[in-house]
Design a protein around this ligand. Structure first.
Ligand code: ASP
Length: 409
């Protein structure tokens, strides 16, 4: 059986076991969760997380070294950043439009009297961007600060390509280190079906489902916006910008990575797997994958932006606030920034939502209303977040190929 099939069966089985136990035997769930589901999930999560920092370090060094030509790097860099900004804006506009049409905050009763949520101080985006040059690269690696690791690795890769033959030994060493990591990703993937089963059973089983009923329309709208964005924006990207690739094949080939993102809710944890799948299944060249995907997994979060768009309108409606057109534009701009500043770990998108709400003077306590069902939406939006990075990698692959063909002619 193929790994994709196995993972999908595991996801469905995990969800069913989680729901059934949650509804029929919560006590049995607790015991099974402690001794089986949670350990299975955590072992898998730690196994992939273990590979993230070395993979980002090695593959970016190689990527920058392999690019050699600074012009090519500039081209891919600009294309990537522009693509991230434009698609994230499209994502929020889809989200806001759906929420304005279907008015999730006006259907049903929402008790705001004891809603409490204190915005944990999320770092301002300006700080995230200013901090990208690491004053201590080893500290960046121990704390897993992705942007800083990317910058450091970029410098090393650049130096290696300038020094050429002199540092050939190091290039070989990094190349072999990268091979080791990719080999290990392959091994960890064999455990993925068990891990995703455990993660899903644990996450779904511990949910209270009454929240979904009350929040049904909000939930459905976020999901609908995610699906529209996935198929139209990314499907359109791989077809029109990705050299007429078949969107369905793209989604099918990328399914293992999306499933793991869904079960882990962390773009950053799933990175080793999504890079391997992009290189093997989507045939994205290593130097493109290793630049676009680590960067995307930290700054490109369209799924998160979608949740923030729907949530902002929802909270405005619950509190009876009418947002002007100018305020809606502010929401789009700030949500783009918030999604850039969101770290690729579970639940951070919700904390960054505070920033969006504050920018248009909406009460941050409103977040308490959506807290209960955010765990499930986090899974879905993380899968969308990393698919955007893969679509961008496919786009860059086609654009570079086209250029090379032109030059050759
Ligand atoms: N969990 C998301 C991710 O890792 C971030 C978020 O929206 O909370 O991509």
């Amino acid at each position: 059986m193929k790994i994709t099939t196995k993972i999908i069966i595991a996801l469905i089985a995990g969800a069913i076991v989680g729901i059934v136990l949650n509804v029929t035997a919560p006590d049995v769930f607790k015991v099974l969760d402690t001794w089986l589901f949670n350990p299975l999930g955590q072992i898998f999560l730690s196994l992939i997380k273990m590979l993230v920092v070395p993979i980002v370090l090695f593959s970016i060094i190689l990527g920058f070294n392999g690019l050699g030509d600074p012009k090519k790097l500039g081209r891919i860099g600009i294309r990537t950043i522009l693509y991230f900004l434009v698609t994230t804006s499209i994502a929020i506009v889809i989200a806001i439009t759906l929420a304005l049409i279907f008015k999730p905050g006006e259907v049903g009763e929402f008790d705001t009297s004891n809603a409490q949520f204190s915005a944990e101080e999320a770092p301002p985006v300006s700080e995230t961007l200013l901090n990208i040059i690491p004053s201590n690269p080893f500290a960046a690696m121990t704390s897993g600060d992705m942007l800083q690791i990317i910058v450091f690795a970029g410098f090393i890769g650049f130096a290696l390509s300038m020094l050429g033959d002199k540092t050939k030994g190091i290039v070989n060493l990094v190349q072999q280190g990268n091979d080791i990591m990719m080999y290990l990703v392959g091994i960890v993937m064999k455990f993925a079906p068990y891990g995703t089963f455990g993660l899903l059973a644990s996450a779904i089983g511990s949910q209270g489902f009454s929240a979904i009923k009350a929040m049904g329309l909000y939930f459905a709208l976020v999901l609908a916006a995610l699906i529209i964005h996935l198929f139209i924006t990314y499907g359109g990207t791989v077809y029109f910008l990705g050299g007429r690739r078949n969107p369905f094949k793209f989604f099918k080939d990328f399914t293992p990575a999306m499933s793991v993102a869904f079960s882990t809710s962390s773009s950053s944890a799933v990175l080793p797997i999504s890079m391997e799948i992009a290189q093997d299944n989507l045939k994205v060249p290593k130097h493109i994958s290793s630049f676009v995907q680590p960067l995307g997994s930290t700054i490109n979060m369209d799924g998160t932006a979608i949740m923030q768009g729907v949530a902002t309108i929802f909270i405005a409606q619950v509190y009876g606030v009418d947002l002007s057109l100018g305020q809606l534009v502010t929401v789009v701009l700030i949500a783009v920034l918030a999604s850039i500043g969101t770290a690729g770990v579970p639940g951070v998108g919700l904390i960054m939502l505070a920033m969006v709400l504050q920018s248009v003077n909406l009460p941050v306590e409103g977040i308490a209303l959506i807290l209960g069902i955010d765990r499930l939406l986090d899974m879905a939006r993380t899968a969308v977040n990393i698919t955007g990075d893969a679509a961008c990698a496919v786009y860059n692959t086609a654009a570079e190929e086209k250029r090379e063909n032109k030059v050759a002619r």
